[in-house]
Design a protein around this ligand. Structure first.
Ligand code: CA
Length: 515
């Protein structure tokens, strides 16, 4: 029986073996490396985004205890970034920045919680519902639309869009051909869901009734484990769409656990390689969940190889914000933040600096480490560049394709990256080697750290650099445009005690959450 014709074979038969993406002014030219290989004009793009994975959560970023061999291998085969950032320090605003291509001074959502709640940090502060009209869905071109308009088949699996329920039909309008997952961020803490959404249709899972899946100790010997289900769905989508360029956005739930108050904090079918470790049970569950996820990343890469799509597919792996250890009772077992200061919910590096690995065999040289500071709001411009189309005007992002292809000299320069986050009125600026951060509102002093020497943000050198502080202060004003959120900021001043990075205070904050 003749082998099914692949997209590459098809192009070979057309004799168009040599493509470059230069048809659109401003797009980076992508050349094929070898006369034997066909590189498609529009490479497949897969974006895998972990949820709450800290900077040092992976072996290739210094993790010693949790095994992530396939992601580590992905790093060895591609480019690993040391200074890449999430768009914000918690789920919803981070995803808002990614999907809209905007930094948090422009993005409509700047906190997980609705802006009008009187934030009480000690109670976790409000709820993730009743977002003001206009905050979401956004009225700008979204990531899915950019790729859809560029001719891609698009799909999303996991914690959908910003994690806020969207009206029926809106996902299609946002450019997605196919999607399956959780409509709401809070629902995605559950790995044995009783319902999921597939193309606006509700799916129910009888086998996941609590009495069936909850067992003492490990939960879920039975039922449908959502992370496994997403993996099966991704495989199916790749097989069915291998003949045309596809974009897969895979916002995984992993390794997000549940709030301590919800019980069964981490759900995974087995603890496999960690059963004999001298750790707490929750720590074993957490590690097992991450290693299972790592296996899923490996399965995706194996499938691409099997289908001969490997060299026509770019894979990005990153996280939506920094580490959260409340899921395993705040132990420091895994040191998943590494040398950074702070964790999820802070604009210190531990809250926003995340792993970023990009693999594209034949195009990105293997085994590279790169220090370019960039952020997830650059994805939109980067993907547009790869697809050979112009990025929307509204994006704050730049394409990092020149850096990926080893042409850093052609990389568009930028003066700064900007963040803000409503909780504790935090603002941060990364400007070259400098990192400015202000916590507690505009009356508080700006702290300054040298990212070339002090990624742990231990030594505040603001006093020695008044000119840098002056510029960062200007940026903190000029980068910030009004939104429903800024109407409520400044809120009544928080007590400074609430926002100190004291570990005991952090624990108090963490106990509100899991969010
Ligand atoms: Ca998150």
């Amino acid at each position: 029986m003749p082998k099914k014709q692949t997209r590459r074979d098809f192009l070979k038969t057309l004799g168009i073996a040599s493509f470059s993406v230069a048809a659109v002014p401003g797009c980076t030219e992508i050349k094929r490396k070898s006369p034997e290989k066909t590189i498609l004009s529009k490479p497949n793009i897969i974006l895998i985004m972990a949820d709450d994975l800290g900077y040092a959560g992976l072996g290739c970023y210094g993790q010693k205890l949790i095994r992530t061999p396939r992601i580590d291998q992905m790093a060895r085969e591609g480019m690993r970034f040391t200074d890449c950032y999430a768009a914000n320090t918690v789920c919803v605003p981070s995803r808002c920045g990614l999907i809209t291509g905007q930094h948090p001074g422009h993005a409509t959502i700047r906190d997980n919680f609705t802006p009008h709640v009187d934030i009480n940090l000690k109670n976790g502060g409000g709820y993730m519902r009743d977002y003001p009209e206009g905050a979401w869905p956004p009225n700008v071109t979204t990531l899915g639309q950019v790729l859809k308009n560029a001719g891609y088949k698009t799909a999303q699996f996991g914690k959908l869009e910003a994690g806020i329920p969207m009206p029926a039909g809106k996902m299609t309008e946002h450019g997605w051909d196919y999607w399956i997952g959780f409509r709401e961020t809070g629902a995605a803490f559950q790995y044995y869901p009783t319902e999921l959404w597939k193309n606006d249709e509700r799916m129910t899972f009888e086998a996941n009734k609590p009495q069936d899946v909850r067992q003492p100790g490990i939960v879920g010997y039975k039922g449908v484990y959502s992370a496994d289900l997403f993996m099966e769905e991704i495989s199916k989508f790749i097989r069915e769409n291998q003949q045309e360029p596809f974009f897969i956005y895979f916002p995984s739930q992993v390794p997000h656990g549940r709030s301590p108050r919800d019980g069964d904090q981490i759900q995974v079918p087995d603890i496999g390689p960690y059963a004999d470790r001298p750790w707490t049970h929750l720590e074993k569950l957490y590690a097992a969940m991450m290693t299972r996820f790592d296996g899923h990343v490996g399965q995706i890469i194996d499938l691409l190889k099997e289908l001969d799509l490997d060299e026509n597919t770019v894979i990005f792996f990153t996280s939506d914000n920094g580490d959260e250890n409340s899921y395993y009772k705040y132990t420091d077992r895994f040191h998943a933040t590494g040398p950074l200061r702070g964790k999820k919910r802070y604009l210190y590096e531990g809250g926003i600096r995340v792993p970023m690995i990009v693999r594209w065999p034949g195009q990105i040289k293997a085994g590279q480490t790169n220090k370019l500071p960039w952020a997830s709001w650059d994805m939109m411009a980067t993907f547009a560049d790869m697809a050979g189309v112009k990025a929307p005007e509204h994006t704050d992002g730049i394409s990092v394709v020149p850096t990926l292809l080893g042409r850093s000299d052609k990389q568009t320069p930028r003066e700064y990256l900007y963040w803000e986050y409503q909780h504790a009125k935090q603002q941060a600026v990364r400007m070259g080697r400098w990192k400015g951060v202000r916590i507690g509102g505009t009356k508080e002093p700006i702290e300054l750290y040298d990212m070339n020497k002090d990624i742990g943000e231990k030594n505040n050198i603001a006093a020695a650099h008044p000119k840098i502080i002056e510029r960062i202060s200007e940026i903190m004003k000029e980068a910030r445009e009004g939104s429903e959120f800024t109407k409520y900021w400044p809120l009544p001043e928080h007590r400074r005690d609430d926002i100190k990075m004291d570990n005991s205070i952090y624990k108090t904050l963490g106990k509100g959450g899991g969010y």
